[in-house]
Design a protein around this ligand. Structure first.
Ligand code: GDP
Ligand code: GDP
Length: 434
């Protein structure tokens, strides 16, 4: 289960700067998800062995003070609903502003842990200026400088301390599917169609965190869990911010799933937000199935489906080895196929290739197509193996890993896909010294 840390505060206090610092660590994932007001950022981080996601809930375009306050309230509401830990950033050079007081008032009522970070404390002299922030009634604060990094390590230590240890991956072997997509794509209709009559619901299992709920289904001869978050049930309080809300929801559900069923409204095309959600799944190394829904509404000529599919594949390159299924939830067209495919992707993601077999096939591929010489150096690949990881990862041992270029890595990945079928699954390939 991944803990979500939200950064809130009024504009210009340094939220984005802090965000960048927090996620700069290994394997950072940065994603801009466009909300109504401006880009929000989502990233992954780890500190002292604890993994967590960070969301910068964004600043707001210039407007009247009224709009500002309204926006800030929404931002804080969202953070309260959708995150586990809140970092409230204030600016020592400006002191307490009325808007800080207002945010503090909202945060004092929150049951979740709140860390106040007094930012722009770039030098020791400013430490003393930070005292006034005690007046906000939030207790202890951390003085930090997001620009030069001082104090941010201590802040991270404090945050990491309250993040639970990563749970062992659940023993439950049932596939965990998440249905994600922009509002109105047809997700609820799809889920309802899957559920069919009530008796197909086996159980509601509360997830390991309070806001993740798995519902076990037995449908079309498959057993699977639909991953959902409590947020879905609690109707969007913040209707105006529906788009952003849906992305936050997608962040959560994707993190808890094995396979993300990304649903797109065929009449709208594969838009920015669809792409954000797709890449969210890819970067989290989840299986992916794309459903082009409402296919009943599209006027068709001979090549419409092919052309549509080609368009989507182009958008998702280089990770284009993903199943794309044209559905109509309304007429129940290919609903079964969708689930069947998701199960296949789940199996592909679990696939383990025996080392002997892998070497037999891949060393032959390498022999036929050795890595091109680079700067006069010849790379010799000696052997390879799959790592015992949740998502497929392969390591190729060679003499000069630094000389293996991206096109060759892609070639190897494509061959692996061709031979072993990893459709719908992100595959990671490492070259290591041996
Ligand atoms: P946001 O609107 O809250 O996301 O704020 P930004 O991260 O965009 O920062 C607003 C301004 O404050 C930028 O000009 C930053 O360079 C500056 N800033 C951010 N953190 C620090 C800091 O620790 N010290 C100083 N001196 N400036 C900072
Ligand atoms: P959600 O916001 O993604 O959960 O979308 P809903 O399931 O609420 O669907 C939004 C609207 O699209 C509803 O009016 C549905 O009846 C309609 N809808 C969903 N799937 C289809 C479909 O395959 N074809 C057509 N014509 N309409 C659909």
């Amino acid at each position: 289960m991944n803990t979500i840390v939200a950064i809130v505060g009024r504009p210009n206090v340094g939220k984005s700067t802090l965000f960048n610092r927090l996620i700069q660590r290994r394997d950072a994932i940065v994603d801009s998800v466009s909300g109504v007001t401006r880009d929000r950022h989502y990233g992954k981080s780890d500190w002292n062995g604890k993994n967590f996601s960070v969301i910068d809930t964004g600043g707001y375009a210039v407007g009247s003070d009224d709009i500002f306050e309204e926006e800030i309230r929404k931002q804080v509401d969202l953070a309260i609903e959708e995150s586990d830990i809140i970092v409230f950033v204030v600016d020592v050079t400006e002191g307490i502003t009325p808007m800080d007081t207002e945010v503090a008032n909202l945060l004092r009522k929150v049951k979740k842990p709140v860390f106040m970070a007094v930012n722009k404390v770039d030098n020791a002299m400013r430490e003393d200026d930070a005292f006034e922030f005690y007046n906000l009634g939030l207790g202890e604060y951390h003085t930090i400088s997001s620009i030069n990094g001082s104090g941010t390590g201590d802040l991270l230590d404090a945050i990491a301390k309250i993040i639970p240890e990563d749970q062992e991956d659940e023993k439950d072997e049932l596939p965990r599917f998440a249905v994600v997509g922009r509002p109105n794509a047809g997700k609820s209709s799809f889920i309802n169609a899957l559920i069919g009559v009530e008796r197909n619901i086996v159980t509601n299992i509360a997830g390991t965190t309070r806001d993740s709920i798995d519902t076990k289904y037995n449908r079309f001869g498959f057993d699977f869990n639909l991953v959902d978050t409590a947020g879905i049930r609690r109707k969007a309080k913040v209707k105006e911010d529906l788009e952003f809300y849906s992305v936050m929801r997608a962040v959560r559900t994707i993190e808890h799933c094995d396979v993300a069923i990304v649903m797109i409204d065929a009449t709208r095309g594969f838009e920015g937000q669809d792409q954000s959600i797709f890449w969210l799944a890819e970067k989290n190394k989840k299986g992916v199935v794309i459903l082009i829904n409402k296919w009943d509404l599209v006027e068709k000529e001979t090549n419409t489906m092919k052309a549509y599919e080609a368009m989507v594949r182009k958008e998702i390159a280089p990770f284009s080895d993903v199943p794309i299924i044209f559905t109509s939830v309304l007429t129940k067209q290919r609903i079964f196929k969708a689930i069947e495919t998701a199960v296949t992707v789940f199996e592909n993601r679990k696939k383990r290739i025996a080392t002997s077999k892998l070497n037999e096939t891949m060393l032959e591929v390498v022999k036929q197509n050795p890595p091109p010489a680079w700067k006069g150096k010849y790379v010799k690949i000696k052997y390879c193996m799959q790592l015992p990881t949740i998502t497929p990862q392969f390591v190729f041992f060679c003499n000069l890993p630094q000389y293996v270029r991206d096109p060759y890595k892609r070639f190897i990945e494509n061959k692996l896909r061709e031979i072993y079928d990893f459709k719908g699954v992100p595959v990671i390939i490492h070259f290591r010294q041996k």
